[in-house]
Design a binder for this molecule. Structure first.
Ligand SMILES: Nc1ncnc2c1ncn2[C@@H]1O[C@H](COP(=O)(O)OP(=O)(O)O)[C@@H](O)[C@H]1O
Ligand SMILES: [Mg+2]
Length: 342
């Protein structure tokens, strides 16, 4: 398997990792094209981190194979390590040091002489909007700043492949957007990014292809267009002025959209699940059609919104269960002998 012929940054076949009774990763096949952002989307406990740790050579697979730029992750672990970076793992930021001190220190550890280390640190702090915080100890950084310095530290030497494991979980929308801009900038420099996330909209914003994983298995894979088409185009949410008009409104919506319409506990609320089968209309065109049908029927709509399918809806559509359902298998404690010495 060579990168030259396959154009793949990552290729795995039947990757498995078991912890006690839990098959954390249960036969994962992935093919990640080089030079793109590849999204691995799944709920808590799906096996995302375990997959990433195997690919980054921090954890040995029980069975299956994986190649990173054509190198076997077990037999050629050193070659793999030379080309990848994992945020928050290889590059650990020291809370007591300032932003500048951290980046200069890590650059020095990577073998840069002092002046280039300082230049690179200043460049990254600037690019990540951290110049004002450069002289502050990292322990005083906000969650968003902390996530940004972690990513900065992991790209001091531009890696060929960067693993970002849930880089925006818990961040406010503004910080999340800043991280997204950084990811776009990193991939524009030619780095391949494997991004794990619990958020469909994040995968949608950043990734070219997405693998949806659940209980250690890839349950769907494709471009985001393919994935969305398989789960529907989202939902129209409506609130009516008059609860008495709801049955008529539901009927008009059903006919205008050929969609499933749900009434909600709130007596004035309605939700129509859009399908991509409704011609080639976009969700917005379908929504416009719905609103005009309601207006013609004399129905007053107080409030209207158009929602993407949520991760929960994607899961329900793909698996028949929601993302909150606990996985089966005994809960075992972490076994340190599974960790590969770095
Ligand atoms: N070192 C470990 N020891 C025992 N169980 C683990 C260990 N790492 C992960 N698991 C279990 O494996 C499953 C997958 O975990 P993980 O890969 O962390 O999922 P995700 O990153 O998608 O949230 C979970 O059930 C988790 O509890
Ligand atoms: Mg995880």
């Amino acid at each position: 398997m060579s990168t030259q012929t396959s154009g793949l940054a990552i290729e795995t076949a039947g990757l498995v990792k078991t912890f006690g009774g839990t098959r954390a990763v249960d036969g994962v096949d992935l093919a990640v094209p080089a030079g793109t952002v590849y999204g691995v989307l799944g709920p808590n406990g799906a096996g995302k981190t375990t997959t990433v740790r195997m690919l980054a050579t921090l954890l040995r697979p029980d069975s299956g194979e994986a190649h990173v730029f054509g190198h076997d992750i077990v037999r050629e672990a050193d070659e793999v390590r030379g080309r990848v970076s994992l945020t928050g793992q290889y590059a650990s930021v020291d809370e007591d040091l300032t932003g500048t001190e951290n980046l200069v220190l890590l650059a020095r550890l990577l073998g840069h002489r002092k002046p280039p280390a300082r230049t690179r640190a200043a460049q990254l702090l600037e690019a990540f909007g951290l110049t004002d915080a450069a002289g502050k100890q990292v322990k005083h950084y906000s969650g968003g700043m902390r996530r940004r310095i972690d990513i900065a530290a992991s790209i001091l030497n531009t890696p060929d492949l960067l693993f970002l494991d849930e880089p925006t979980t818990g961040l406010d929308p503004r910080s999340r957007n800043q991280v997204w801009d950084i990811v776009r900038a990193v991939v524009a420099q030619g780095t391949t990014v494997l991004l794990t996330t619990q958020y469909l909209d994040e995968a949608d914003q950043l990734a070219s292809r997405i693998a949806v994983i659940d209980r250690g298995k890839v349950i769907a894979e494709g471009t985001k267009g393919e994935l969305k088409a398989s789960v529907g185009a989202g939902s129209v949410h409506l609130r009516l002025r008059d609860p008495g008009q709801r049955p008529l409104a539901a009927d008009l919506l059903r006919r205008a959209l050929d969609a499933q319409v749900q009434t909600e506990a709130d007596p004035v609320a309605l939700t129509a699940r859009l399908t991509t089968a409704a011609g080639n209309d976009t969700a917005a065109e379908q929504a416009a059609r719905a609103l005009s049908a309601l207006a013609r029927g004399g129905i007053t709509v107080d409030n209207f919104s158009l929602g993407q399918p949520s991760l929960d809806e994607v899961f329900l559509a793909l698996t028949g269960h929601d993302t909150q359902q606990p996985r089966s298998g005994s809960d075992t404690s972490r076994d340190p002998k599974d960790e590969v010495a770095a």
